[in-house]
Design a protein around this ligand. Structure first.
Ligand code: C2O
Ligand code: CU
Length: 579
């Protein structure tokens, strides 16, 4: 069983246990003896079963189990101790068992709420609040059911509840690290890259675009979705003038995967101010990395990118030989882009397909009709990529794969999630359940260039209640906090930095660090054995633990976030900062 499915199973069992105890308690109060005994017996089994799931999770990593061991397990023990004996005695007057059964239900629910609303790291504050809730609910039930607890018991309960509530609130509200991202920096557009050799102008505006015969209200660069394809040759100096015609919420250009100087990175509030209607901003940087990249707005990025403010950036090492096609995949108002296209290619011609996932979720790509190699991922060439056939690749949100092959005499077709998007002739049948390429074992390995790390950070990805803003929200969190309250990771120029990224949530988080490519060291404790993988976007699936490292060689303040942009907007954004 994977850690991801264990997390899900544990959650389901906890919900069933809580429901069983509460249902049993209610049935007992209603004098429905068999129902009460049945539900309670079921709940008892479920509660005991959690000993197995929680132990297994703790063995997979403390991050997955901390609050379950420290809060849910003691509460479950209390539940079993209070309700178990009643159940075994199966009293004739079942109503006398109602309060113990309800108590067990509150206790198990308390533990569950701590997991769902608070998560990692476990805190004494959350534990005490749960205890206060359980005690209060039990005392109230006792009174409602008309069986007065003795004076001593109710006094003790009030003392425990109040003490737990006061300490718990105090601890939970203790000020965390203040957001250290300065928002009063001076912004400039750098003219330091040299004389431009490639000039582009991108004008952002609302536009109606036609997608497979339907008119869609989009936000677009130069009235097209995707925006114009920007191409350059290594060594060029790019100058891109961004204008905003009428996007009220502002726009910027972020060069996804391109390790530009910090002041060209396009993150509003961090590296520049958002460009408002009527304004412009000039980006200039040297194209010194070859490969497949893309650009997109970083202002209200979730909405902006989804509505169409993105495009392709390709930097080639030399003029194109053969066929070189970019396939940026996007979902615009529910409609898949690009439109399918067929282009005959003469047999023997070298073909490069540059696959780009500009959506917020993973896509599955399958190339049918030819053996192929994955030449590059996220712009970096792979070492010794072997020939693949009938193999699919999963590209995370923001990620890019370059597939290369020599055109055969028969047609070749590229499928995205089962839909043909590009072909060189009549489209062959949809590929079936092909095996998935694991990039961590693909190509030829080489030793990790570092033996020690100057800085190590752990990012535990989860969900939790965020009460720090004006309105409470159910945020996507990193180490229990949500943007802007996640402390930045501070490094010095030249540091070798390692990140351990742990996903204890139920959804995939495509992780993306700006300004740097990270080398994948391991996944779930297993070292990467294939070609060195220098990534800027990688899927951390539920229950997974990725360890990656990089050299801090690009000073500035860099966004470090989930590229499911809805998650990033809902709290899952932090910053890497050079001291
Ligand atoms: Cu592609 Cu911070 O983004
Ligand atoms: Cu995410």
């Amino acid at each position: 069983m994977t850690t991801g499915s264990l997390l899900a199973a544990d959650l389901v069992i906890a919900v069933l246990a809580a429901a069983g105890w509460l249902g049993g308690g209610a049935a007992a109060a209603a004098r429905r003896r068999p129902l009460a005994l049945g539900l309670a017996a079921f709940a008892l089994l479920a509660t005991l079963a959690r000993a197995v799931t929680i132990t297994a999770l703790a063995r997979a990593g403390w991050w997955f189990a901390a609050e379950k061991v420290l809060v849910a397990a003691p509460l479950s023990l209390a539940a079993v101790a209070a309700a178990g004996p009643r159940l075994l005695r199966a009293p004739a007057d079942i109503r006398s068992a109602a309060v113990p059964l309800l108590f067990a239900g509150y206790a198990v629910s308390g533990g569950l709420l701590v997991t769902v609303l608070h998560g990692y790291p476990a805190s004494a504050g959350a534990g005490l609040l749960a205890v206060a809730g359980v005690v209060t609910a039990t005392v109230v039930s006792w009174r409602v059911l008309g069986r007065r607890p003795s004076r001593t018991v109710s006094r003790a309960a009030v003392v425990v509840a109040v003490a737990a509530l006061v300490t718990g609130t105090g601890l939970a509200a203790a000020p965390g690290a203040a957001p250290a991202v300065p928002h009063d920096r001076e912004y400039r557009d750098a003219r330091t890259a040299g004389e431009p050799t490639r000039r582009f102008t991108l004008t952002a505006g609302t536009a109606t675009v036609n997608v497979s015969g339907r008119d869609v209200a989009a936000w677009a660069f130069n009235a097209q979705v995707p925006g114009p394809e920007l191409t350059a040759t290594v060594g060029d100096v790019l100058e891109v003038t961004l204008r905003n015609r009428d996007i009220e919420r502002g726009v910027t250009l972020h060069w996804h995967g391109y390790d530009v100087p910090n002041d060209q990175d396009g993150v509003p509030g961090v590296t520049q101010a958002a460009v408002l209607p009527g304004q412009e901003f000039v980006y200039r940087f040297r194209a010194d990395q070859a490969g497949t990249y893309w650009y997109h707005t970083h202002a209200v990025s979730d909405i902006g990118v989804r509505k169409g403010l993105y495009g392709v950036l390709v930097v080639r090492p030399a003029p194109v030989t053969g066929v070189d096609v970019t396939v940026p995949v996007h979902t615009l108002d529910g409609l898949p882009l690009p439109a399918p296209r067929t282009e005959p290619v003469e047999a023997g011609t070298p073909v490069r397909l540059r696959l780009i996932n500009t959506d917020s979720t993973t896509h599955r790509y399958a190339l049918a009709g030819t053996p192929f190699r994955v030449a590059a991922i996220d712009g970096s060439d792979l070492r010794g990529p072997t020939s693949l056939v009938d193999t699919a690749v999963l590209i995370p949100a923001g990620g890019r794969y370059d597939l290369v092959f020599t055109a055969p005499t028969t047609p070749v077709a590229l499928f995205v999630d089962g839909r043909a998007v590009y072909s060189t002739g009549a489209v062959p049948a949809t590929p079936g359940e092909w095996p998935m390429l694991d990039p961590l074992t693909y190509g030829v390995g080489s030793p990790v260039p570092w033996t020690r790390f100057d800085k190590e950070f752990t990012l535990v990805l989860d969900r939790g209640l965020d009460l720090s803003g004006l309105l409470p929200r159910y945020a996507h969190t990193v180490n229990g906090a949500a943007d802007p309250d996640i402390p930045p990771q501070v490094v010095r120029l030249g540091d070798v930095v390692a990140f351990t990224i742990v996903n204890r949530s139920q959804v995939v988080h495509p992780w993306h660090l700006h300004g740097h490519h990270v080398l994948v060291l391991s996944r779930n404790g297993k070292p990467a054995t294939g070609s060195p993988l220098w990534l800027d976007s990688f899927d951390v699936r539920p229950g997974e633990v990725w360890k990656v490292a990089f050299r801090a060689d690009n000073p500035g303040m860099w966004a470090n976030h989930c590229h499911n942009l809805a998650h990033a907007d809902a709290g899952m954004t932090l910053h890497l900062m050079y001291s």
